[in-house]
Design a protein around this ligand. Structure first.
Ligand code: 0X9
Ligand code: ZN
Length: 296
């Protein structure tokens, strides 16, 4: 039967789900923003009623093993597409549920804890670039490695990877007012910067919206999101998509959402928690949307 959010789907199933979902829906279409290293199309959903509305851009799955992210993005897609008028009246939505299909598939077939992409760079036998170290924002400076055999290899140069280039081009094309990138695990709702403990110009706005969002999420299952700048709340690391979107693409509202863990220090989400995970993450999305809509 069709995908029902009771397990974690393979990439082919994500494709089929999106295709069936947007079929005959008003304002929704399936888009392809690029092609992965191994040749998978990188799919997304665009929900647009009219081209003059501000754009809310979401991605998930930059990191392969963070399956909580992909499935939560799919649930947001389902709700936005099926609402037809309700959300499309407010903003335009672009949602990419799996930016790193090669790594995602590999985390299903071979290594559940794979983080990176699957590309091979000439000097090494080791595969994969940490896509969240490959963006052109203080690239290679902090918590990023030059050795391809490490988990946080930043790649040979900024945007060396087809996946990060595709995201860059798509963000530059849509010029969103808000960009949310979904990861795990936290729970954290963090804003720029990641490359410095200095705060960005509009950090008060970012902090206020994040605080409201965390409060609303808490009402669902009691999950306690921690709010703050990436570098202050988590660690200093550079080359991330959030900092690039904020500094280089000039997106004013940017968050990295680190979804909760369900076993101590683990990316594994037992199936029985999927429903509570996607429900509360959706409430987080809806709260962000409300606040961003009021401001833009
Ligand atoms: O380290 C990362 O890329 C993110 N954490 S994760 O555990 N999902 O790998 C955090 C990124 C926060 N943003 C920046 N440092 N720019
Ligand atoms: Zn991540």
């Amino acid at each position: 039967g069709p995908f029902n959010f009771k397990y974690f789907p393979r990439y082919q199933e994500i494709r089929n789900f999106i295709k069936a979902l947007v079929n005959k829906r008003k304002y929704s279409r399936m888009i392809k923003i690029g092609t992965s290293y191994e040749g998978w199309p990188i799919y997304g959903v665009e929900v647009m009623k009219s081209p003059d509305k501000p754009v809310f851009f979401i991605d998930a799955g930059i990191h392969a093993r963070e399956w909580a992210a992909h499935i939560s993005a799919l649930y947001i897609i389902k709700n936005v597409v099926e609402s037809e008028e309700k959300f499309a009246d407010m903003m335009t939505f672009v949602i990419i549920p799996c930016l790193n299909p090669d790594g995602y598939e590999y985390s299903h077939t071979t290594d559940r804890l794979w983080r990176k992409s699957m590309s091979l760079h000439t000097t090494s036998q080791c595969k994969g670039v940490d896509l969240n170290r490959n963006f052109d924002s203080h690239w290679g400076e902090f918590r990023s490695e030059k050795n391809p055999c490490t988990e946080i290899y930043g790649g040979p140069e900024p945007f060396s990877e087809p996946e990060t280039s595709a995201l860059r081009d798509s963000i530059l094309k849509y010029k969103p007012v808000a960009y949310v990138t979904i990861h795990s695990f936290g729970p954290l709702l963090i804003y720029p910067y990641g490359y410095t403990k200095d705060l960005p110009p509009n950090w008060r706005t970012l902090h206020r919206i994040a605080t409201k969002t965390a409060q609303n999420i808490k009402k669902v299952n009691g999950t306690n999101y921690v709010v703050g700048s990436a570098a202050r709340v988590l660690y200093v690391s550079s080359g991330g998509s959030d900092d690039w979107a904020y500094d280089k693409a000039e997106v004013p509202i940017v968050y990295t959402m680190e979804l909760p863990e369900y076993e101590k220090n683990s990316f594994i989400v037992p199936k029985k928690y999927i429903k509570s995970l996607i429900t509360e993450t959706y409430v987080g999305f809806a709260t962000l949307l409300q606040n961003i809509y009021l401001k833009y």
